[in-house]
Design a protein around this ligand. Structure first.
Ligand SMILES: *Cc1c(COP(=O)(O)O)cnc(C)c1O
Length: 401
């Protein structure tokens, strides 16, 4: 195990700080390390594994399609793209989409669509468009996307950065109203801030933001890359407040845990600003990705994964709040998207993750003090009990040491 970790350290860019475990195999909510030890995966690859590891239907679909056709580039047509985007539109109440690969690319496309829409539809003078984002946002790691991050580590010495972004405090609708000018193109917002530590905004906030955007002819663009596809107990997290965004970004679980698949989805007025030549991606919309993406969406709907997330998320939260430990200062989240705030007087969130790992549960800290619980959405009630038992045991060990 150590030799694998050593080789990775020797040759691979050091932009992550993984837990010291080498995972060799996965099935459903479980993974096994190379020594055969089993863990429950409560990390789900930052929610990209909502269907669980190696979902049999998805793997079968992948294999069959891989034998038939994988990639044409969009120089030609292929049969899976249209039905995939049509289905995604039906599920999100939007009119069309631009297929990409990673989440950050979908965000890049959102920036391009929003700016072009501002110049060509709203009438903002060229090069003056402003996009509003929130403090503590996470939208990905490309140069433009880090330009509007508030996290110094994400952007230090990566400049010069892309201008045209205004940051406001998350959770404060008045701040949005104050920041809007005649040149504002869009608000790009996470319905729950995942990487910031599963920060749930005050009730009514998203609804209020959407109202302010509508009144000022500003696009409300929801980055649902992590919160979407059932993670928070609704298909889109915006549905908790009956908000219909002008555009939605999907990624992560859209690839069923097998492939990078992302989408920018929007209403008709926005979609019309892209014309041949204005954007492109060699792999975006490839036949294999569209087949998997379509199947991944169907499984979420047919297997009622959003409903499972809602019901078991409530159950998980209730069980966690019954754990008597001084280690937890705060619990927050929606559905199976939960953040446990750890009392720094006892230990760091990473210490907790290492101790959980020793007891057969994998998670990852976000920042110093938050442990994220985001198991695959296929998890069942008994397995949630098992998760809570491991957490209880681990927290007892950590406080009696
Ligand atoms: C993960 C994430 C992204 C970036 O997705 P990548 O596939 O890592 O590029 C963007 N927005 C949100 C909200 C995310 O959680």
């Amino acid at each position: 195990m150590q030799s694998i970790i050593d080789m990775e350290n020797e040759y691979v860019a050091h932009c992550y700080k993984p837990l010291p475990v080498v995972i060799e195999r996965g099935q459903g909510i479980f993974v096994w390390d190379i020594e055969g030890k089993r863990y429950i995966d409560c990390m789900s690859a930052y929610s990209a594994l909502s269907h669980g590891h190696c979902h049999p239907e998805l793997v079968a679909t992948l294999a069959a399609q891989a034998h038939k056709l994988t990639l044409t580039s969009r120089a030609f047509h292929s049969p899976a793209l249209g039905p995939f985007i049509k289905y995604a539109c039906e599920l999100t109440g939007l009119a069309g989409g631009c297929p990409m690969n990673t989440g950050a690319e979908a965000v890049e496309v959102a920036v391009k669509f929003a700016r072009k829409w501002a110049y060509e539809v709203k009438g903002v003078p060229d090069n003056q468009a402003e996009i509003i984002v929130c403090n503590n946002n996470f939208h990905g790691r490309t140069t433009t996307v880090i330009s509007f991050s508030s996290e110094p580590k994400y952007k230090e010495h990566f400049g010069p950065l892309t201008p045209g972004f205004i940051r406001i405090n998350y959770g404060d609708a008045q701040a949005l109203a104050n920041a809007i000018t005649k040149n504002t193109a869009a608000l790009i917002i996470e319905p729950i801030q995942g990487e910031a530590g599963i920060l749930v905004p005050p009730a009514g906030y998203l609804h209020e933001c959407a109202k302010i955007c509508k009144k000022n002819n500003v696009l409300f663009i929801a980055d649902e890359i992590q919160t979407g596809l059932g993670r928070t107990g609704k298909f889109l997290a915006c549905e908790h407040e009956n908000v219909q965004p002008d555009a939605v970004l999907l990624g992560k679980a859209l690839g069923g845990g097998l492939l990078p698949v992302s989408l920018f989805l929007a209403n008709k007025e926005i979609m019309t600003v892209f014309t041949p030549g204005t954007h492109g991606s060699t792999f975006g919309g490839n036949e294999l990705a569209c087949t998997i993406g379509h199947k991944a969406l169907k499984i979420i709907v047919n297997d009622k994964l959003s409903e499972n997330s809602a019901v078991l998320g409530d159950f998980l939260m209730q069980r966690l709040s019954n754990i008597k430990t001084p280690l937890i200062t705060h619990l927050r989240g929606k559905g199976l998207f939960v953040g446990i705030e750890i009392n720094p007087k006892y230990c760091t969130a990473r210490d907790v993750c290492l101790a959980l790992m020793a007891n057969g549960l994998l998670s990852k800290e976000t920042h110093e003090t938050v442990v994220r619980l985001a198991p695959p959405l296929i998890i069942n009630r008994q397995q949630i009990e098992d998760v809570c038992e491991i957490i209880t045991t681990t927290f007892n060990e950590l406080t009696t040491k």
